[in-house]
Ligand binder design. Structure first.
Ligand code: SIN
Ligand code: FE
Length: 300
């Protein structure tokens, strides 16, 4: 069994059909290198089956109107107005997706197993373009992920996505240029100074869950600078990819420039991963930004 480079070199196609991935050992080294280099791993034949009763829940009306997604974290289920049996079924979908994606990650990336933490599973029922209160939250614009309220201190955002659209509609993404190329372009725009006292204040009053480091501050600016760059959004070096229903894709979304252009109904699994679990840590966004800045960015 082998992997194939796809038409665009930002994707690596892997032929797995089973979440437990019995053939993962043969693909693991190649998959790990591609993932950490900033490629998207694409599993065209890895779908997530829903029962007829579960399929009824593929309707935006089950999402809390104030929230973008339904989510499951160790704190429980959030973001849904489903009650009773429907609520249990929603939770069942999310739990099963957490279990399936964990099996896949453990098979492919055994070195991440004990390190990944902070799981969040989400069920996205809204059609892309129908829920974005501001340009900053509009994921149709290319960006790298950074969380305003959850500073990561250089840790990675590892995400698994599966298109569960029942009507054959793809989830269409744009995937952009390598992280270092984007970072070099936007560094001049990332000029808002980092103020340690302000980072401390934001943490004390609860705006952020931890103190922002200069790295977190830069990543948020990069996210915004990319989304504001209308020229790059129109004419930049990106490739458009259709992720069909019944397919899965995995990437470090803090590293891969991405935009979700259209589609509806997706499951997504997020993990946080420390730098120490990486095999090619020098390619991590924090290390790349430190190289370009010529200094450490994780000091408190
Ligand atoms: C994003 O992470 O920017 C959005 C991904 C998606 O909804 O497909
Ligand atoms: Fe994103």
């Amino acid at each position: 069994m082998s992997a194939t480079a796809s038409s665009h070199d930002s994707l690596l196609e892997l032929p797995l059909r089973d979440w437990r991935a019995p053939e993962a050992a043969a693909l693991s080294a190649q998959a790990l290198r591609a993932l950490e280099q900033g490629q998207v791993l694409h599993f065209p034949h890895l779908g997530f089956a829903l029962s007829p009763e579960e399929r009824v829940l593929l309707d935006p009306k089950y999402t809390d109107p104030k929230r973008k997604n339904i989510s499951l974290t160790p704190k429980g289920l959030a973001g849904t107005v489903a009650a009773g049996a429907a609520r249990e079924r929603v939770q069942g979908i999310l739990q099963r997706y957490l279990d399936s994606t964990s099996a896949l990650l453990d098979a492919l990336f055994p070195g991440y197993r004990d390190a990944r933490h902070g799981p969040a599973t989400s069920l996205r029922l809204h059609a892309i373009g129908t829920w974005h209160p501001s340009w900053r939250k509009d994921d149709r614009l290319l960006h790298v992920d950074a969380f305003p309220s959850r500073p990561l201190h250089g840790e990675r955002i590892l995400r698994v996505f599966t298109n569960i659209n029942p009507n054959g509609e793809p989830r269409t993404w744009r995937v952009g240029e390598p992280f270092e190329t984007a970072a070099r372009r936007y560094l001049p725009a990332m000029s808002k100074p980092w103020r340690p006292w302000l980072a401390g204040l934001m943490h004390r009053v609860g705006i952020t869950k931890q103190r922002r480091t200069e790295y977190d501050h830069l990543m948020l600016q990069m996210h915004d600078a990319m989304k504001r760059d209308a020229h790059y959004q129109q004419q930049g070096d990106w490739a458009q990819v259709d992720f069909m229903p019944g397919s899965t894709w995995v990437c470090f979304s803090d590293q891969v420039s991405h935009a979700a252009m259209s589609g509806q109904f997706m499951l997504e699994q997020t993990w946080q991963l420390p730098l120490t679990a990486l095999s090619y840590a020098e390619l991590a966004p924090v290390r790349v930004l430190e190289k370009l800045k010529g200094r450490g960015l994780l000091a408190a």
